[in-house]
Design a protein around this ligand. Structure first.
Ligand SMILES: [Zn+2]
Ligand SMILES: [Zn+2]
Length: 149
């Protein structure tokens, strides 16, 4: 399944005229396999052994190229630690976020289109997107809290 996603992603990049360098290939592969919504720093740490000349800034620039091609979504949290989500071919999903360790888990729920229509209606805005996040404590953090007691 992830092989297919990688092929689709590479085809999309080619069609937008983006050159596929070994680094871009590796970053895409990591994003597709990780499922953890990594930061640019996470990706850098995972790949620096393979690409010693790569910097965090290079990773970030490549992620921007992917975002512009519609392959990834950037989830910003008001600081520098944006997380990146591979979205090509993915159905709409929402995020559950652990307040203790920062883990982000996808869950699927019917798109909240009605809320968008309602919001547009009452505010007069033209809606582009919405984002829903639910915060809590993940199973493994619940486990470690119990051990500490
Ligand atoms: Zn946690
Ligand atoms: Zn996600």
């Amino acid at each position: 399944m992830s092989e297919l996603h990688l092929k689709d992603a590479l085809d999309t990049l080619k069609s937008t005229g983006v050159r596929i360098t070994p680094q871009r290939h590796a970053i895409l592969e990591f994003l597709i396999q990780s499922m953890t919504h990594p930061t640019a720093d996470d990706i850098y740490k995972a790949l620096e052994g393979k690409f010693p000349n790569m910097s965090v800034a290079t990773v970030y620039n490549n992620l921007r190229v992917f975002r512009e091609a519609g392959l990834v979504k950037e989830l910003t949290y008001g600081d520098s630690s944006s997380r990146f989500d591979f979205v090509l071919g993915a159905t709409d999903h929402y995020h559950m976020i652990c307040e203790d360790c920062g883990t982000i888990v996808d869950f699927h729920y019917p798109g909240l289109d009605e809320v968008e229509h309602f919001a547009a209606h009452v505010t007069g805005f033209k809606v582009n997107m919405h984002r829903m996040e639910i915060y809590g404590v993940c199973p493994s953090c619940q486990g470690s809290a119990m051990k500490a007691q």
